[in-house]
Write a protein that binds this ligand. Structure first.
Ligand code: SF4
Length: 467
């Protein structure tokens, strides 16, 4: 079966007063969300009479030149950055998707993953729909086209047919609409500037543009932004809030706040919790850069051990380097991540990584540290073992997950560390600071919020609950 495409992404929307040119602001907003996806970038802009679209399979600065931004005239826009695996990085899968419909020109961008897409796709194909991409986004466009009434009503009816994770931004000539699924798996936040409103996956994109955060769109809620201002419309009962805990662990930027919790501070609390759960005799604490850094700082603060920079990441490397020979590939790893020998040699090291998903990076890091002369390497993961595949927008399959196949001691041996520790689920929930009932923790505990529904790729096979 053709692999479905809707991994973690970033969405952005802006609606300003007529005189404001929003393309450069959308560029900056997408740039602030680039960590959520590096495979493709795109935006659609409305000048009130027509939509203009530009997208490509690359980073934001490579897709949009000054000349292109100049051509994208208008005061309202949506944008998207997409992460995908290399085998699905097809130009036609880049977003937003723009169509001519009964509602006029409409563009749409989506973050998340629908778990009933196979069923919906079959229904739509039976009624004559033709698909050009493998994205859920196109499926949503087809569904919308089949509904009657206004664009807003059609979106409500469409959203009510979708099961799974979705944070959508939709642009028509005269309005911007944001929609969040009834579980609230993926983030979507609203902010305001003096000259207009912004929607974004993360608050960092708002604050970077000088906007004030108004509030997060609630699960099962739609926000409509148009000339008259902002309206909210509830289209579904909130089921059981299930915000993705992995956003705090890895995806979100440390300067973002999610459900009122600052990501950097959550990660520091995670580090402190790791120390309290599993203290260790060591000389220094280092981070697997960059997402392990706040947790390593928290661990160091709680333990009193010195925090050091032991590995240096080259920030200018985009894609994984895959050279023609083993030697060149190994050099590629070094160029991405170089150890500082003066810090590491003869030290007993605690290294904190945000997570251990496939285990391959951890093994490389441990080997690098040992080759550099570390006396001991204690690997700590800033989350529980990632045992169950995610059906809600993170690209993982069961065969890739090291913790699904091996127990703790086996993983320790595989990665070559002297000790290996993971944070407990309780420790993670405590560090996030929200009630467990508001979070999705399915990849850690198998408790899938959508009971009886998983995606069509059999990812959830073997989970304890909800399958
Ligand atoms: S399964 Fe894990 S990664 Fe997926 S939404 Fe839930 S917490 Fe996030």
């Amino acid at each position: 079966m053709k692999r479905k495409l809707n991994e973690e992404c970033g969405v952005f929307g802006i609606y300003c007063q007529d005189h404001v040119a929003v393309a450069p602001l959308t560029y900056l907003g997408l740039f602030a969300l680039q960590h959520r996806g590096q495979e493709s970038s795109g935006m659609a802009v409305s000048d009130g009479t027509q939509l203009r679209l530009h997208k490509g399979s690359d980073l934001v600065p490579k897709v949009f030149s000054d000349e292109i931004l100049e051509e994208l005239k208008g005061h309202a826009a949506i944008g998207h950055v997409r992460y995908s695996t290399s085998d699905t990085n097809l130009p036609e899968n880049a977003q937003p998707l723009a169509v001519d419909s009964a509602f006029g020109q409409v563009a749409l961008a989506h973050n998340g993953n629908l778990v009933n897409s196979a069923e919906l796709r079959q229904q739509l194909a039976r009624s004559g729909a033709v698909f050009n991409t493998t994205t859920d986004t196109e499926l949503i466009v087809h569904l919308m086209a089949q509904q009657g009434g206004s664009l807003e009503d059609a979106l409500v009816k469409t959203a009510q047919k979708l099961t799974g994770a979705f944070a959508l931004v939709v642009l028509a000539k005269d309005k911007l609409i944001g929609v969040r699924d009834p579980f609230g798996f993926r983030p979507l936040v609203l902010g305001a500037r003096l000259d207009g409103y912004i929607l974004a996956s993360e608050s960092c994109a708002l604050t970077n543009l000088g906007a004030e955060v108004i509030r997060e769109i609630e699960p099962g809620e739609m926000v409509i932004i148009e000339q008259g201002g902002v309206r909210f419309r509830r289209y579904a009962e909130e089921k059981r809030e299930a915000f993705c805990a992995f956003e705090y662990v890895y995806f979100a930027r440390p300067d973002s706040n999610l459900l009122g919790q600052n990501v950097h501070q959550v990660r520091k609390r995670i580090g402190a919790a790791l120390w309290h759960e599993a203290p260790v005799d060591a000389d220094i604490v280092i981070a697997a850069p960059d997402s392990g850094t706040p947790a390593a700082m928290g661990f160091a603060e709680a333990s009193g051990l010195p925090f050091e920079i032991g590995l240096l990441k080259n920030r200018y490397i985009g894609r994984t380097f895959s050279g023609p020979s083993r030697e060149l590939r190994e050099l590629g790893v070094r160029i991405k991540l170089n150890p500082i020998e003066a810090v590491i040699k003869d030290q007993r090291i605690v290294i904190i990584d945000d997570s251990i998903v496939r285990g391959t990076t951890s093994a490389k890091i441990v080997r690098l540290l040992k080759e550099t002369g570390a006396k001991e390497v204690h690997m700590y993961a800033a989350c529980p073992p990632y045992r169950y595949p995610c059906c809600y927008g993170i690209d993982t399959s069961k065969e890739d997950l090291v913790a699904a196949k091996y127990d703790l001691e086996e993983i320790r041996r595989l990665i070559g560390a002297d000790t290996l520790r993971f944070l407990s689920v309780e420790g993670l929930v405590g560090a996030i600071g929200l009630p467990k009932e508001r979070l999705c923790l399915a990849c850690f505990n198998g408790d899938y919020p959508l009971v009886g529904a998983c995606c069509d790729c059999e990812k959830g096979e073997g989970a304890e609950n909800g399958q």
